[in-house]
Design a protein around this ligand. Structure first.
Ligand SMILES: Cc1ncnc2c1ncn2[C@@H]1O[C@H](/C=C/CNC(=O)c2cc(-c3ccc(F)cc3)cc(O)c2O)[C@@H](O)[C@H]1O
Ligand SMILES: [Mg+2]
Length: 214
């Protein structure tokens, strides 16, 4: 039977990237998606904005919603200080298996905790099961209709503290209108839009960075 897109992406990493070199893993995925087969990674252009936010926040605790093949997971983990706690959630076991191999190829498996399951089920368990108090940075990149409910869930579970940063991918394409409306009008957040393009295309997209004000 025909391979899946995540499997083909993994093979491109194993063929073209150097083990233990996160930058080469990132480049191999970007090359593959730009020249061979598009895939829904945050990509190189928005990835640079992600990098700058991670470097600026220098987070001790990070949550990623929607691991997919682990591209943004590798981008984030390579910039984290030693001892940082990075949890990424993925509910598709087949995709999680690919992501684990991409992360291992980058040599970052010790910095990342990939947890299989739905964010709505796992977020309420963060404190008791994963020993997390609050998250300094949350990267939202999963199903677009889950951004808003999961943000409200994180608030309810006390996982955000004054200064916590939410960074959301795809707020224009595919778009997350209910999330944008909420986060831009809520007195509890200060938001900033970073205009960019949909990964590997000229279509407009962007990242929304929001600071939780407590
Ligand atoms: C509640 C829950 N819990 C746990 N894992 C969850 C989860 N919800 C989803 N996941 C996981 O995360 C990934 C899904 C990512 C969804 N991302 C997109 O749909 C996406 C789409 C485009 C796109 C743009 C223009 C087009 F024409 C076509 C596609 C671009 C993007 O950047 C995207 O992120 C996927 O691995 C899924 O299993
Ligand atoms: Mg995305």
């Amino acid at each position: 039977t025909r391979s899946t897109r995540p499997q083909r992406l993994l093979h491109a990493v194993q063929k073209n990237a150097t083990r233990g070199d996160p930058r080469s893993v990132i480049n191999a995925i970007d090359q593959f998606c730009r020249h061979k087969e598009w895939a829904m990674n945050v990509g190189d252009e928005k990835g640079c904005i992600l990098d700058s936010v991670v470097s600026e926040v220098n987070p001790s605790t990070v949550l990623e919603l929607g691991t997919y093949c682990g591209y943004s997971t590798v981008r984030i983990a390579r910039l984290l200080p030693p001892g940082a706690k990075f949890i990424t959630l993925e509910f598709n076991p087949k995709v999680a298996k690919i992501a684990r191999q991409v992360i291992a190829w980058a040599g970052l498996e010790d910095k990342i905790q990939l947890v299989e399951g739905a964010s709505g089920d796992l977020i309420p368990k963060m404190k008791e099961q994963f020993g997390v108090e609050t998250f300094d940075l949350v990267f939202l990149d999963h199903w677009k209709d889950r951004y808003l409910p999961d943000t409200k869930l994180m608030e309810e579970c006390g996982l955000l503290k004054k200064g916590s940063i939410l960074l959301a991918d795809n707020v224009i394409c595919p778009g997350t209108p209910d999330y944008l409306e909420y986060i831009r009008n809520s007195p509890r957040y200060k938001s900033q839009y970073f205009k960019s393009h949909l990964e590997y295309t000229k279509v407009e997209d962007g990242l929304e960075k929001s600071v939780f004000l407590g």
